[in-house]
Design a protein around this ligand. Sequence first.
Ligand code: SF4
Ligand code: SF4
Length: 444
Amino acid sequence: MAKAEADVSLLQLESAFKWPDAPDEDKYSVCVHCGFCLEVCPTYQQLGDENQSPRGRVYLIKSASEGLLPLDESVIDPVFQCLDCRACETVCPSGVQVGALIEEARGQVFYAEPAKGMKGAVQKLFLRGIFPHPNRLKMVGKLTRFYQKSGLQAVSRKSGLLKILPKQLREMEAILPEVPATSALDSLPERIPQRGDKKATAALFTGCVMDVVFSDINRATARVATHNGLEVIVPKQQICCGALQVHAGDREQARQMAKHNIDVFLASDADYIVINAAGCGAALKEYPELFRDDPFYHEKAEQFSARVRDISELLVEVGFEPPQAEVKRTITYHDACHLCHAQKVRSQPRQILRSIPGVTLVEMPNSDRCCGSAGIYNITHPDMAGQLLERKMDDVPEGVECIAMGNPGCMMQIMVGVHRRETDLDVLHTIEILDEAYRREGNE
Ligand code: SF4
Ligand code: SF4
């Protein structure tokens, strides 16, 4: 053995990851450096930089874990440039859990380098001050609705006041649908009987953004579920799932939110926990990851996550009724990353769309490539998010009238894309289209 090599092997290097929930050796040590993941990684495709690829990120995390690199920008930037889209996991022959490694590494950065100044204040306000508290979240919804309905929005737009906002926020403001007057959590009864014979009971997880901006989709989800023999219950004490906190590295806050939801939902008699937002669904299914060092809650989290289903997954599992009424639309489908890569749900939404008379489903090339939404990535990394959105819009097949998907973040991002292209494409949740068919059937 050469002398330098021998010296290094004798050194006890100190890991750069010193805080709880450090990246797990069992996860990074299985990477065989094959590189199959490079070609599917959106950031590698855009930047051509190995450090911004799954293999590069896994290697940087391993090196920092082993004390060969400090926790500085050389590690932090690639860890935060990652979309956490998990496309790499779909193709990885070794089953490397890149998403979990990235989230664990972000947790270390969260402890080591807490965001300061305005960025830190905004982060704290949203991650800890608003999202974990349903009443404050509702207040944000009410204020947004007031802004939209009172004439303030029209005045702000006319006066040019909105020019002070960053471009990405200006575009979000332009596309934000009218916020419904009530959330589904408030407006739906606690128990909604199924139509016909009961197949099972499903507890509806209403989510945060979904229930503020798209609560009509939650109501449609409840209608579609009961139409198909599922008794729906709506546990009123539920809170946001904590996915945004996990993505930002605030694992302690996410754990508290997960514990609350686990206790609330396990106390119900539901056979299933049903969700229509891909990012939240993935987070709920992965709650056990947050309790590696807590055997009591780990076991409860396992029981909880075993019941979680995306609505499309559940409908196919219990056997849904194909609608009889026609919805004449030519539709393409975008695979939300956290539905297709994280939850492996690909065929079920297509099966649902194809079952609707009058629907023509046209496959989109690269339908499972990230649209750039990725939680709050489109706000923290607007340039990369913008490039990915352009590629997504380029892939929309000619002649379609509607893009269907199963995640509110993707819906808002793709609405921005539609706005930029000045087209009149509809952006809808898969369940809205099925609900429309059932409702037409009821009116026939
Ligand atoms: S595909 Fe998997 S094993 Fe191969 S380099 Fe990528 S992460 Fe490592
Ligand atoms: S999660 Fe997505 S962006 Fe991150 S390394 Fe994997 S493919 Fe690339």
